[in-house]
Ligand binder design. Sequence first.
Ligand SMILES: *Cc1c(COP(=O)(O)O)cnc(C)c1O
Length: 370
Amino acid sequence: MILGNDPILLTPGPLSTSPETRQAMLRDWGSWDAAFNQMTQTVCTDLVEIVHGENDYVCVPMQGSGTFAVEAAIGTLVPRNGCVLVPNNGAYCTRIIKILQRMGIAYVELALREDEPVSAAAIEDAFNGDTRITHVAQVHLETSAGLLNPLDDIAALCQRHGKSLIVDAMSSFGALPIDLRKGGIDALVSASGKCLEGVPGMGFVIVRRSVLLASEGQSPSLALDLHDQYTYMQKTTQWRFTPPTHVVAALRNALDRFIAEGGQPARGARYQQNCKTLVDAMKTLGFEPFLPAEVQAPVIVTFHAPKDPAWRFADFYAAVRDAGYVLYPGKLTQVETFRVGCIGAIDANELHNAVAAIDRSLKKLGVRVR
Ligand SMILES: *Cc1c(COP(=O)(O)O)cnc(C)c1O
């Protein structure tokens, strides 16, 4: 995959997109343009199909980054008198709690370590311990550490207990299997600029139609009201407010490429290969991943920072950036780490070259890994 001379982003969104996807943004679209609105429609149809939601689910696109769509989903779908269980193993779970606090919605936090996936048993205990709980807000892949939570088990449990499950699938959608036909999930949130390899600027919520239609008037926000956005689009074919036209055009192209690649199984396999190449090569330099392999998702890998007193992330970042690769700081509260993403329009070869650049940069900076 040829990306030209631009640096390769090893960050989990924004990420490196293909030249074709970037080229798809080279024209302007009007918001009344029927071809543009039809394009939005095909994007939504494809997004629902990726997770097998064909008959019962609709896709509501939302302007903004992923958090806007998460906030829209929670605000629209949780009634004011609801109570949301939030299993918390990282920064994106904490962000959901902040959203709930701002909205004044009751919540119960299930606190976990940043390397500890939630178990269905722990969620069941929480249900039994607090009968107020009506909803669960679950982050599928906690991007803070790269941790995978067992979504299928959680969905089956929520279905059995009659709890409404809202999933932040931001960094898993398209890369990991999610099948809405199995039941238990009411809403799934993701965005254009993660594993679908579009550019950032549009989130979307795939939501059970009956749940969405029952949510009229519930959102405390005008701009983030999913019900309004959906009904307006149904009525007019247009976005309710100014659409992110170029982002939609890029996502259309990115979805075409996603389908041509072989859909989720192929995308997931490429990322798995990227991740394995990255981890194996980093281990030969002496780096240790923060997470045990069983809970490591093939999207972003957290590594322990070297103990050498000469280590400074900012210097390391700049040196690796000069060599053509953009890394990501750690996002953990307890330990000094940094992160390397394995998603985007890149293959194992780029990861291999990135680790070679990391090796050269450390030598230049005089930092010893072990
Ligand atoms: C990226 C991401 C989000 C959204 O973050 P934005 O900065 O708003 O795009 C939310 N949840 C998870 C798990 C993410 O990886």
